[in-house]
Design a protein around this ligand. Structure first.
Ligand SMILES: CC(C)(COP(=O)(O)OP(=O)(O)OC[C@H]1O[C@@H](n2cnc3c(N)ncnc32)[C@H](O)[C@@H]1OP(=O)(O)O)[C@@H](O)C(=O)NCCC(=O)NCCS
Length: 144
């Protein structure tokens, strides 16, 4: 398995993965544009020709927002997300990022346990932040 920065050519596969896991309609073109931006930390995990995991982070000065992190179902619980995140943290530090913030659905227990394992702390809650279905978001933060 290889972990590396996302390239424009990966966008179609990352969009497919994102839309299959989340209730989203992400366009490959959008991801292809975003991943080239200076403040994007877009990372993928590849097994052969397949993309099996990714994370998208937007680094704005000292604070970065983790937009999404996901691993294909068959590959979960093998520390792949942890490795993707570690790689992303190195890239964030190189951009002088000091902390990473994220929102997670209150009911997303696997993700919450994952963030707990990698030492994110709860700093707040946004009521009804999510739609389809409507749900509160926990706001988590980690200093890096
Ligand atoms: C959350 C997610 C990215 C974790 O990916 P993963 O590669 O399976 O996670 P890892 O194997 O790196 O897990 C690292 C640690 O996190 C915790 N963890 C991860 N998934 C867990 C689960 N389903 N149940 C309990 N603990 C879990 C464990 O402590 C694990 O370490 P351990 O296996 O030594 O106990 C994955 O479940 C996923 O893609 N979920 C759907 C997308 C999603 O909800 N993303 C978050 C959006 S906010």
């Amino acid at each position: 398995m290889i972990i590396r920065e996302m390239h424009e050519e990966d966008a179609v596969f990352v969009a497919e993965l994102e839309n299959s896991i989340f209730n989203m309609n992400t366009k490959a073109d959008t991801l292809a544009d975003e991943c080239k931006r200076e403040n994007s930390v877009y990372i993928v995990a590849c097994e052969g020709d397949s993309i099996i995991g990714y994370c998208t982070i937007i680094a704005s000065f000292e604070t970065a927002d983790l937009c999404n992190i996901a691993v294909k179902e068959d590959y979960r619980k093998q520390h792949i997300a942890e490795m993707i995140f570690e790689y992303a943290v190195k890239k964030c530090r190189a951009k002088s990022v000091e902390r990473i913030l994220l929102e997670v659905r209150e009911s997303n227990t696997p993700a919450i346990l994952f963030y707990d394992k990698i030492h994110f702390e709860k700093i707040g809650m946004r009521k009804n932040y999510y739609s389809n279905p409507s749900e509160n978001a926990l706001i988590l933060q980690k200093s890096i």
